[in-house]
Design a protein around this ligand. Structure first.
Ligand code: PLP
Length: 362
């Protein structure tokens, strides 16, 4: 099989060795004569898979199982947009809206209770991360989105100076950078950007935060406490997907999270530096350098030339098998998503093509 250079924003590229392990597990898990898809989620073999994955999540985050719980839930990150306020919004919630996903999260909270947007970069089509913000002392939590998949901005620092609990949607940079995870009371991530296939969402909740939940939470499926009491097995979990996430976690551990981050920094630098030196032929849509995403690189050709951009996408695919470079419709232009499993060679191949394309289309 020849692998495409896949720059998809999600579902996105996974490490080849994860695909290979999954292929085997789909056919015959560990010589049991059963597919991972055919096994009981209550079997001791499956229990081992999910428990190991939960433990590995906390190891990578350097969090203690005495302080945090790990869930693998269905419904995508989008369900978390509602589940967070449904469980925790008593009086008021604070949100920082740095993109469409962050705004969707805030909109869901508005359905539940008082929701205040304390900072936003909407005024400039979300092309930076607000630095000035003050959370309300009496708010139940502050919600942020660490990486803005569509606009290509990322919180390069952890939240600072906030005394209320912080909840973070890390869907598109989970295990891509080392963060001081202890600063967060809750973290969630849809798996399909960096840590696995679509259909499973990683949720990490601090026990002391869980204690602050609302008293009555129904329906059951939206109740974090219940999911935690049932060790993420209240109902049949997305078994196969959790297995794949477990394999990705192994891969991150083997590589080392520090090395994963260093690779991501290198890849992003290759691409942004190339564009910054292209005499304006290519321009990243995010001008503030420290806010540029390591994961999703959004850019324009000649300041936004739809014909040239369409030609770029077509040629990339036809000549070099480079896929999914079209930008999101809300931003236009192009976007290269270079998640953890994207090798630096792909980024080098992309910049080589970009150089050729520039010469041919001056
Ligand atoms: C993709 C994405 C989502 C939506 O995830 P679903 O699993 O499709 O619900 C939410 N937040 C961020 C930051 C994303 O990148």
């Amino acid at each position: 099989m020849s692998r495409a250079f896949n720059f998809s924003a999600g579902p996105a590229v996974l490490p080849l060795e994860v695909l290979e392990a999954s292929k085997q597990a789909i056919y015959d898990y560990n010589g049991l004569g059963m597919s991972i898809m055919e096994m009981s989620h209550r079997s001791k073999e499956y229990d081992e898979i999910i428990k190991t994955a939960q433990a590995d999540v906390l190891k990578l985050m350097e969090l203690s199982p005495n302080e945090y719980d790990v869930l693998f839930l269905g419904g995508g990150a989008s369900l978390q947009f509602y589940m967070v306020p449904f469980n925790f919004l008593r009086k008021k919630a604070n949100y920082i809206t740095t993109g469409v996903w962050a705004s969707k999260a805030a909109k869901e909270a508005e359905k539940v209770g008082e929701t205040k947007i304390i900072a936003s970069s909407k005024d400039t089509n979300y092309n930076y991360i607000p630095k000035e913000y003050k959370a309300d002392d009496d708010a139940d939590y502050l919600h942020i989105t660490t990486n803005n998949t569509i606009y290509g901005t990322e919180w390069c620092k952890d939240v600072e100076g906030v005394k209320i609990p912080v909840v973070a949607d890390m869907s598109s940079d989970m295990f891509a950078v080392q963060r001081d995870f202890k600063r967060y009371d809750m973290i969630y991530a849809g798996a399909q950007k960096n840590i696995g296939p679509a259909g499973v969402t990683l949720v990490v909740i601090k026990k002391s935060f869980l204690e602050k939940r609302k008293d009555i939470v129904y329906p059951n499926m939206l109740n974090y406490k219940l999911h935690i009491d049932k060790e993420s097995m209240f109902n049949t979990p997305p078994c196969m997907n959790i297995y794949v996430v477990g394999q990705v976690l192994k891969w991150v551990m083997k590589t080392g999270l520090g090395n994963v981050e260093a690779n991501n920094r290198k890849k992003a630098a290759v691409l942004y530096d190339f564009m910054d030196n292209s005499n304006g032929f290519y321009t990243p849509t995010v001008k503030v350098k420290e806010d540029r995403s390591l994961m999703n690189v959004a850019f324009l050709i000649k300041g936004g030339n739809p014909d040239l951009e369409a030609k770029f996408v077509k040629e990339a695919r036809e000549k070099y098998n480079m896929a999914n470079l079209k930008g999101h419709r809300d931003v236009g232009g192009l976007r290269a998503s270079i998640y953890n499993a994207c090798p630096i060679e792909w980024v080098e191949a992309l910049t080589k093509f970009m150089g050729e394309f520039q010469v041919a289309n001056k």
